[in-house]
Design a protein around this ligand. Structure first.
Ligand SMILES: Cc1cc2nc3c(=O)[nH]c(=O)nc-3n(C[C@H](O)[C@H](O)[C@H](O)COP(=O)(O)O)c2cc1C
Length: 333
């Protein structure tokens, strides 16, 4: 972060152009603010990604819930809706992963965020095609692996985060300084960040940008069902829980489905039984179709701080403005 008080002049937050707070993350993606909207299944299509990119952040299309032809359509619509940089999040465990990868190459996508898999396998392929690659990790050990695989940056995602999560339960507060020590590539903090003040805290801990998921679920442009968005803004502290650790750990809002999972886990159900209980398309049912009882509702602890559904561009502006206010007066409440 550059010092915005270069000439010793005192200035108010509002007359400081964002460019004066360049970081390696803003330079890597050629964006105005180091604010990244996370790739999220059933939430981040072209509408959300382009709105965030148009507002000066980096929008990501979440490929994890898209068949290849749907992903192509979202990429093309995103290109038409913004001239600014945007990216695609590709969970590496996706069954048609090679199709997704060929597609982002064919569509000349410039930025890819990979997650849920080994970055060693695909990073060289992206790099050979001139694509900037960022990998999402939940520990300093995996951050080092991402750096060794040739990634341009890492997202370190703490235990508070919505969606799939690390097994070790390291919180953002501890993870960020640990990853900062472990790697030299740019570090983006994720998990539990929805405000400018939280962004400031993450940057002080060593991040050069932030990735926010839950905050953007409650945006007008998210493709999530309105009932799910309302559940997010009504969620209170303690309403989310990291479950299904015997399968892939995932943080969910407490509902009937989660209660069944918890009961099964409490009586020692194994992976097979949990898999059966989960069944197919639970995430779509909950987050996209709005079945709040039987669906899987992925959201982070920070939902307790999210109070309204806003246009995505306003979210970017609000977070940035609060961040700037903190830069000037970090201890003022
Ligand atoms: C509804 C939802 C869906 C998500 N889907 C994905 C996904 O498809 N791929 C991925 O890498 N991360 C996914 N995540 C995690 C986010 O990318 C992000 O890292 C996380 O939300 C950050 O924590 P926060 O929710 O506290 O902001 C998802 C998160 C949520 C809330």
């Amino acid at each position: 972060m550059n010092d915005q008080h270069k000439n010793g002049k005192s200035s108010s937050a509002s007359d400081i152009p964002g460019k004066e707070l360049e970081t390696r993350v803003t330079r890597l993606f050629n964006i105005r603010y180091p604010i990244i909207q996370a790739g999220m299944i059933w939430a981040s299509g072209w509408r959300l990604a382009s709105a965030v990119s148009n507002a000066g952040g980096l929008g990501l299309i979440g490929a994890g819930s898209m068949y290849p032809d749907v992903l192509r359509e979202h990429i093309q619509k995103c290109k038409a809706a913004t001239g600014k940089p945007f990216g695609v999040n590709i969970p590496l465990l996706y069954k048609d992963i090679d199709k997704h990868i060929q597609l982002v190459i064919d569509e000349s996508v410039k930025i890819v965020f990979t997650s849920a898999g080994n970055p060693k396998t695909w990073t060289p392929v992206f790099k050979q095609n001139g694509i900037t690659v960022v990998h999402v990790v939940s520990s300093s050990k995996f951050a080092l692996k991402a750096q060794e695989a040739g990634c341009d940056a890492v997202v370190a995602e703490g235990f508070e985060a919505g969606g799939h999560n690390g097994r070790e339960e390291t919180t953002t507060m501890v993870l960020i300084p640990r990853v900062r020590e472990a790697v030299s590539i740019p570090l983006i903090a994720a998990g539990g960040i929805a405000t400018g003040r939280q962004m400031m805290a993450a940057m002080i801990l060593g991040a050069e940008g932030v990735q926010m998921g839950s905050r953007f679920v409650a945006s007008e442009e998210a493709s999530s069902h309105i009932k799910f968005k309302e559940a997010v803004i009504n969620a209170a502290e303690g309403d989310t829980y990291l479950s299904l650790k015997k399968l892939t750990p995932v943080r969910l809002i407490r509902n009937k489905f989660l209660q069944k999972v918890q009961e099964a886990e409490a009586r020692g159900a194994g992976a097979e039984e949990l898999k059966e209980l989960l069944g197919r398309a639970r995430a779509k049912k909950g987050m996209y179709e709005g079945d709040l009882d039987e669906g899987e509702l992925e959201i982070g602890q920070v939902s307790a701080l999210v109070r309204e559904i806003l246009p995505a561009g306003r979210i970017v502006e609000n977070v940035w403005q609060e961040f700037l206010n903190c830069v000037h007066n970090p201890l003022k409440l």
